[in-house]
Ligand binder design. Structure first.
Ligand SMILES: Nc1ncnc2c1ncn2[C@@H]1O[C@H](COP(=O)(O)OP(=O)(O)OP(=O)(O)O)[C@@H](O)[C@H]1O
Length: 328
């Protein structure tokens, strides 16, 4: 099997109920067959759930045994006729709803080098080929009412958040740079999903890390390309929540989809520079993009979160583009 096979798997960490078939599934494995582009392929689509692996032309086994065709069953199979939009709507849209409902999800792409993992996850933000990540951000921001001004929710660096006073938030807001945009136009995912309860307010934070040779790098750190290039981050476990977190990484608050995509694109540039400087291969690194939705009840009669209620809720959606697996 060679470079024509991409599978990406869906993990839902929290129990999710109400799948279309009425079941409550916590894991789905979905397969996308990359375009053949004139090349020979030994993977063939049987139907929307089954894939057959057939013998490549001139295939000879070691003992001249006959090649045994194998059938693989998935939760869903896409082929080259399926678009980025089709993949998003089948594989990621329910995760956005899951996030808005306050649950965590993990989605990752897995496959051999060149099989289309990055194309599926990212695609091209400026064309109709935009992938799961920009589309996910589009729908998230379309589904959120009451997005607070920046710096009201404050990350504690260990997966937790606090509500700052109006004075502190305002002072801190003056110190953060205004977002800049390099994309002139973008095709936007127009589908809608269930919206957050109107009595709550929220903020969205992103972080983006790369794991290469067991080292963890912060791709949102603008200094990654110089002196901090060789400084990796530590992964720790919070003693109270028992959840893992990466120490001292940037969690950037974003107010719009365009702002989040801009941060992502700048991080991609950093990743390319670091790759050249360290002479590393991008296909051997994992990249992990985390979207955190922090919400709390709105204050009665005031457009501000109510800190007395102590009901901050954090939900996260993680999108992972895994390193290319070895072809065999
Ligand atoms: N479904 C598809 N439709 C159109 N082009 C595709 C598709 N899948 C992959 N490609 C193209 O194939 C090439 C390789 O894809 P991509 O870089 O996404 O592979 P990858 O699995 O991420 O590889 P690596 O593991 O080396 O990072 C790219 O030029 C991409 O645009």
């Amino acid at each position: 099997m060679n470079a024509v096979f991409t599978s990406f798997e869906k993990f839902l960490f929290s129990t999710i109920t109400g799948n279309q078939d009425g079941s409550s599934k916590s894991l789905e494995v979905v397969c996308r067959i990359a375009p053949k582009n004139g090349k020979e392929s030994c993977v063939s689509l049987v139907d929307d759930r089954n894939v057959k692996v057939i013998a490549p032309m001139n295939y000879v086994t070691r003992n001249n045994d006959a090649f045994v065709e194998k059938l693989f069953k998935f939760d869903c199979v896409f082929d080259e006729n399926d678009t980025q939009r089709d993949i998003f709507r089948r594989c990621s849209l329910d995760f956005v709803e899951n996030l808005i409902n306050g649950n965590d999800s993990l989605l990752f792409t897995y496959g051999v080098t060149g099989s289309g993992k990055t194309f599926t996850m990212t695609g091209n933000a400026e064309s109709d080929n935009s992938g799961l990540l920009p589309r996910t951000l589009d729908v998230i921001f379309r589904s959120l009412p009451n997005i607070m001004e920046k710096c009201i929710f404050k990350p504690n660096g260990r997966n937790g958040f606090a509500i700052q006073t109006e004075e502190k938030a305002q002072l801190e807001r003056q110190t953060i740079p205004l977002p800049s945009y390099s994309i002139a136009k973008r095709l936007v995912e127009t589908v809608a999903t269930k919206s957050l309860n109107n009595s709550r307010c929220c903020a969205v934070f992103i972080s983006y890390i790369e794991i290469y040779n067991d080292m963890c790098y912060d791709l949102l750190d603008e200094n990654l390309t110089d002196e901090r290039l060789f400084t990796s981050k530590n992964i720790r476990i919070d003693s109270v929540t028992r959840k893992a977190y990466v120490e001292k990484i940037k969690e950037i608050e974003v107010e719009s989809c365009d702002e989040a995509i801009e941060q992502f694109l700048q991080a991609q540039e950093r990743r390319k520079i670091a790759k050249t400087l360290l002479n590393k291969s991008s296909s051997r690194s994992h990249s992990i993009f985390i979207i955190r939705l922090v919400s709390a009840s709105l204050h009665k009669g005031k457009y501000y979160p109510d800190s007395t209620k102590n009901d901050i809720h954090i939900a996260e959606m993680t999108l992972v583009d895994l390193a290319g697996s070895e072809p065999y």
